[in-house]
Design a protein around this ligand. Structure first.
Ligand SMILES: [Zn+2]
Length: 324
């Protein structure tokens, strides 16, 4: 027969001389064991939670400290970069201001140069207008020729458009372009004297013919000079004619850009030939007394298109000088 685990038990308790019998029933024993087990479970769980939660808190505290440290580092880094950005912005503003200052200076200089260059054409402008070749028309010709290998004009559709002073920059470039055209035109026009002598012995226009004594048209200017004085081209060009030409005697004709032509007559010697490319100042001949001439001198003509014009103002205009 199987023995029951929880049997009814009797406990005799002596209290002085009195003896008392206590009956402990099976359910009391089961209850006592259950209470003990519950107490043990509670103690165990509390202990485990206590130790593990401490570890968890410590781990979280460490993680928090690390994050705070990282946060501080990032804050410092942010402050550093904000500072760098501020410095860069300040530098950018300084550079922009410097650009503006430079542009203003360039603008001023170019404007002054334009004024000088335009002033240089003052004396000849009326003549040019009368001959249907005002400066504006001649500048158009110069511009067309500049299309190949002309001045560098940046593409304003590029990043330059984002430049804060793009409009100002465009204006300055336009002025520089205009100035270059003026200078190019000035270089191409027959300006100054073809010889070192400057005494005019016969003016342009109507005069008494030295041979017939009758009024006749003189289509050039005569500059008195000793025999064999060197004659220089007054502008770059190409020799169109160079031979002995009746009344002109030994004669040179040079075709220049922008529709100008110069003629040099009564020479004693011709030092160029047809087709030669001539630069300003090149020695092309020597003065003489050939052809219809009464003494050594240079007969000098300037033509615009096919029209002879008075060379006087061209003789008196020097390249790059506004006051002539
Ligand atoms: Zn003459």
């Amino acid at each position: 027969m199987k023995k029951k685990r929880f049997q009814q038990k009797k406990v005799i308790v002596c209290c002085g001389e009195k003896m008392t019998s206590l009956t402990i029933r099976p359910w009391m024993q089961v209850g006592f064991v259950l209470v003990c087990l519950a107490a043990a479970y509670w103690v165990l769980q509390t202990s485990v939670l206590y130790f593990f939660s401490n570890d968890l808190i410590r781990t979280r505290e460490i993680a928090l400290a690390e994050k705070q440290s990282e946060n501080n580092r990032l804050k410092k880094e942010l402050a550093y970069y904000q500072n760098r950005v501020e410095q860069s912005e300040k530098l950018a503003l300084d550079i922009q201001q410097a650009h503006k200052d430079i542009l203003d200076k360039v603008d001023l200089l170019v404007s002054e140069e334009i004024k000088n260059a335009e002033g240089g054409f003052e004396k000849v402008e009326k003549l040019l207008k009368e001959n249907g070749a005002p400066i504006s028309t001649l500048l158009q010709k110069v511009k067309k020729e500049e299309n190949v290998g002309g001045p560098y004009i940046p593409d304003m559709s590029s990043a330059l458009l984002t430049f804060p002073y793009a409009q100002k920059l465009t204006t300055v470039y336009d002025k520089v372009d205009y100035l270059e055209s003026l200078v190019t035109l000035s270089d191409q026009m027959p300006l100054g004297y073809p010889i070192s002598e400057t005494r005019i012995s016969a003016a342009f226009g109507s005069r008494k013919d030295p041979f017939t004594g009758k009024r006749a048209r003189h289509e050039g200017i005569d500059i008195a000079a000793a025999l064999k004085t060197p004659v220089h081209a007054t502008a770059p060009g190409v020799v169109k004619r160079a031979f002995t030409n009746g009344a002109y005697g030994k004669f040179i004709e040079i075709e220049h850009e922008a529709g100008f032509m110069t003629r040099y007559a009564h020479l004693s010697e011709i030092l160029v030939k047809k087709g030669d490319v001539i630069q300003t100042g090149d020695k092309i001949g020597l003065t003489g007394n050939t052809g219809r001439s009464t003494g050594p001198h240079l007969h000098y003509e300037i033509l615009i298109g096919k029209n002879p014009v008075n060379p006087y103002r061209f003789l008196r205009t020097q390249r790059g000088k506004s006051n002539v």
